[in-house]
Design a protein around this ligand. Structure first.
Ligand code: DX5
Ligand code: ZN
Length: 214
């Protein structure tokens, strides 16, 4: 299994001081910065796109993981690559031609991720194992930070861990990941813990990140 990583989701950061917040979680030991791009159509919330990713790129050397909660995300592969993202994760529910989009992401020089909503089965991944670097299992319905973790998703984490056996594919969990829920995620086989509230909602970011590692 690939090493455990904590990815700080900036959705709960202070947006008036976003650069400083990214630097603070970098210094506090976050392995990855998770950036939630939402379009108000695929999810009922609107955040930001490649312009903001590009603006933040100079403030840290940590990898940027862009989680695209947008309809037809193939339209934004180039802009996010140009903005400096290392990983682009698109939703299976938002792509008609998922394999094509994953190939485009790698061609643009990024690692390719697929995100899966709580109610979506994971068996389609069997046909994409050569095209994938990251599987993101949503443990809430995407759109907002601060929602309640859905424990039923742990069965899918276990299933995906079996599917990716022997391959260098990360398994991430996103939504309601906190010190109380992270152990179940790790035990089921997730190695990337993505958290907004459990980090930015605490005063001591270093302690918060260490608590997620367990
Ligand atoms: C939700 C986003 C998450 C969100 C997590 O749609 O994809 O990354 O920021 O927030 P918490 O950790 O507060 O559940
Ligand atoms: Zn996310």
């Amino acid at each position: 299994m690939r090493p455990l990583q904590v990815s700080a989701s900036i959705l709960s950061a202070d947006f008036a001081r976003l650069g400083e917040e990214v630097q603070a979680v970098d210094a506090a030991g976050a392995d990855v910065i998770h950036l939630d791009a939402m379009d108000g159509a695929f999810v009922p919330n609107l955040t930001f796109g490649a312009v903001l990713v590009k603006a933040l790129r100079p403030v840290t050397d940590k990898p940027f993981d862009v989680h695209a909660m947008v309809a037809d995300p193939g339209r934004f592969v180039e802009p996010f690559a140009q903005a400096g993202a290392q990983l682009l994760t698109v939703h299976v529910e938002a792509c008609v031609h998922l394999q094509r989009v994953l190939a485009q992401i790698r061609e643009a020089g990024m690692r390719a991720g697929v995100a899966v909503n709580p109610a979506t089965p994971v068996d389609f991944l069997e046909y994409l194992l050569d095209d994938l670097d990251h599987v993101l299992l949503m443990t809430v319905n995407p759109g907002f930070s601060g929602q309640r973790f859905l424990p039923a998703v742990m069965a899918k984490v276990r299933r995906v861990r079996e599917l990716v056996a022997g391959r260098p594919i990360d398994i991430g969990v996103d939504g309601g990941v906190a010190p109380q829920t992270a152990p179940a995620c790790r035990e089921a086989g997730a190695n990337v813990l993505i958290a907004a509230t459990a980090i930015f909602g605490q005063s001591d970011y270093a302690r918060a990140i260490a608590d997620l590692r367990g």
